[in-house]
Design a protein around this ligand. Structure first.
Ligand code: GLP
Length: 643
């Protein structure tokens, strides 16, 4: 048993829990689970017992439901309970939080359709007891429609339990910043960030509706019980603000603090910014192992705006990190030098290892050289966004680099790209006037026809998705050639989960792991680069990583694995914090420019992706502030090993 565990259990045994109140900054009950699946199993069990208990007493249950990727695993578990354990929804009435304004119910992105796909079509709910706001009511009828929605909730006996997700603006339902605590069901204009987050679902931000009808904050707070779910590191900072910050109409989820029976149900990644996880030394005793020391010292230096080597004993004591010094016989001076060196040793211009040198303090081994290096890019642009500079260096330093694009990314390609291609073919055929072009012309016309037929919001048939995927392949090859990768070192896997899925609803399939496993087994890489698992669990990045970890596990015991290192990079996700970095690869201004240029070669790139070089600059600025050398930019990596 560690000192910390001993200490905690002594406190517990003597009833002195107040001394280790790790949750003391949290103003609403927050339960942290190891994964979204386990959290959803617990919640579904609670809901099942609510439904069964009330049904046994002859009462109905009124559930408030939510959409988005977050509740998907919860709905899957409810379906399982229905199919395998006989849970009946006959006594259940449902009210959904919201609906996009202007979308008919059969639109693939309407919340009505979403709910049918994810839950309603798979359980024995009575369709007459299902309620969602109607996005097609005429503008002049919206007000009455909203009042009617409120009335129906009251007539049903009020919401017994309301499920919630949280948007990046902190919204619940679609209650964007500025929504009052007593607001009721109404029409709302969507925030820019919310529309951007929905852009991939709608194949471009321009297609995302501008408004929605949503239950109000007041409507939600009337529910007898509230459960807000959040998964993934992308939700971590807004979860912290809602749970630990002050109650404000700028973050409608913060109003849950005023509800007597509200719970935040989060996974470890979404909880990672809460004080008890981020700065555990501020809320109780901690085990001062090497990673914890690095984290605290880096935090202290950043907080005080001082380089590590200038921290003094008082800085530690006066800022809640005195426990670190007390835990060793060392003074700040020695601790500083130790941490300074550890940060310093993460920096290397030789991400594949520097041949013929002492590598005891380098992040990567010098031998073997050159190495076989496998880079996994979940969507085509991810590897360039996260590690374009490092990719370039690995190629230039002579390693055998294979870049594997795990998904086709075809859902991100705009219609106009496919139309342009088709029109070129048609025009080419017209100019050449040769009968040899007939079949190509027919194909190109079918593309134009399919895109016209699906209208603004429809889904692409498979052959259009295929073409879009090929267009993206071209862009990817072009982008990687700017990073010195050879044409045939690009490898396209087109993982099945992506081809059969949609954003917010992707689902891991065994075939995905098999495809990644085949590449690993064949290539036997010495180093592997992959994006981490911290993002939203239904994102292509998270599922692509799961495909990798499952493949890795299936290859356990193979000879190459023992000699292989896995590095995580961050593409579209939250960047690593300085203390999390195990390898920092600096970039010169020219190298950064080259990376920016390669990212721009993707036509489907958005504003945030183009910000990647700015994030690389920020990491360099942080290292500079900690007292390291001043670089233009840095790409950061974290070593991974299976738990
Ligand atoms: C939309 C929905 C919210 C949902 C949010 C987050 O804005 N109206 O109810 O919580 O998206 O979506 P996701 O769960 O996909 O992160």
């Amino acid at each position: 048993m560690s000192d910390f565990q001993t200490h905690a259990s002594i406190l517990e045994a003597t009833g002195q829990k107040q001394l280790c109140q790790r949750e003391r900054f949290e103003k609403v009950r927050t339960l942290v689970h190891s994964s979204s699946e386990s959290a959803c199993r617990g919640l579904a069990a609670e809901v099942a017992s609510l439904i069964r208990g009330r049904a046994a007493a002859g009462e109905t249950t009124v559930l408030g439901l939510a959409t988005g990727s977050t509740p998907v695993p919860f709905y899957r578990e409810l379906i399982r309970l229905h199919q395998e354990e006989g849970l009946s929804f006959e006594s259940v009435t449902t009210f959904n939080l919201d609906e996009y304004y202007g979308l008919p119910r059969d639109h693939p992105e309407s919340y009505f359709r979403f709910m049918c796909d994810q839950l309603f079509d798979h359980v024995d709910l009575d369709p007459a007891r299902i309620h969602l706001p109607d996005g097609t009511v005429a503008m002049e009828a919206v007000y009455d429609h909203c009042l009617d929605y409120e009335r129906r909730i009251v007539e049903a006996g009020g919401l017994d339990l309301q499920i919630l997700g949280i948007g990046r603006t902190g919204h619940i339902g679609f209650n964007e910043p500025g929504s009052a605590a007593d607001s009721i069901t109404r029409m709302i204009t969507l925030d820019r960030v919310t529309r951007q987050d929905a852009a991939a679902d709608f194949m471009g931000v321009a297609n995302v509706p501008r408004s929605a009808i949503t239950m109000g904050v007041g409507t939600i707070l009337e529910a007898k019980r509230l459960v807000l779910m959040a998964w993934g590191a992308n939700k971590a900072s807004i979860v912290r603000e809602a749970v630990e910050g002050r109650v404000t109409d700028q973050i409608s989820a913060s109003f849950l603090q005023h509800h007597g029976n509200a719970t935040f149900l989060v996974d470890e990644a979404a909880a990672s910014s809460l004080t008890r996880f981020r700065f555990p030394w501020l809320v109780g005793p901690v085990e001062w192992d090497a990673p914890m020391k690095k984290r605290a010292v880096v935090w202290l230096a950043r907080k005080l705006g001082k380089p590590i080597l200038k921290l003094v004993d008082e800085d530690y004591n006066e800022n809640g990190a005195g426990g670190l010094l007390a835990s060793t016989s060392e003074a700040a001076y020695e601790v500083n030098i130790d941490i300074f060196n550890r940060v310093q040793h993460t920096i290397t211009g030789w991400p594949g290892g520097k041949p013929g040198t002492d590598d005891s303090r380098r992040p990567e081994r010098s031998e073997p050289f050159p190495k076989r290096i496998l880079v996994l890019s979940p969507e085509p642009a991810d590897a360039l966004i996260g590690m374009g500079g490092t990719l370039s260096r690995l190629c230039e330093q002579g390693h055998e680099v294979k870049l594997v694009f795990q998904t086709s990314g075809n859902l991100r390609v705009a219609d106009v790209a496919a139309l342009n291609f088709a029109r070129v073919v048609i025009e080419m055929a017209e100019t050449s006037q040769s009968p040899e072009w007939e079949s190509q012309t027919a194909y190109a016309r079918s593309i134009v026809k399919a895109i016209d037929a699906k209208g603004e919001f429809g889904t692409d048939p498979d052959f259009v998705r295929k073409l879009k995927g090929l267009i993206l392949r071209g862009e990817a090859r072009d982008a990687t050639s700017a990073c010195h990768l050879r044409y045939h070192d690009n490898h396209f896997l087109d993982l099945p989960f992506y081809e059969i899925g949609r954003y917010r609803r992707f689902r891991f399939e065994e075939a995905d792991a098999a495809a990644v496993g085949a590449i690993l087994g064949q290539f036997q890489p010495h180093s592997i680069y992959a994006t981490g698992d911290a993002s939203d669990p239904s994102s292509p990045q998270a599922i692509a990583f799961r495909a990798f970890t499952a493949a890795w596990a299936s290859l356990a015991g193979s000879a190459f694995q023992a000699d292989s290192r896995v590095w995580l990079y961050r593409g579209r996700d939250r960047p690593f914090e300085a203390h999390e970095i195990d390898m920092a690869v600096p970039m010169s201004p020219d190298q950064l420019e080259e990376k920016t240029e390669s990212i721009r070669r993707f036509m489907s790139i958005n504003e945030e992706d183009l910000n990647a070089p700015a994030r690389n600059r920020e990491i360099a600025a942080t290292y500079d502030a900690l007292g390291m050398a001043e670089y233009e930019a840095i790409e950061a990596f974290r070593r991974w090993s299976p738990v």
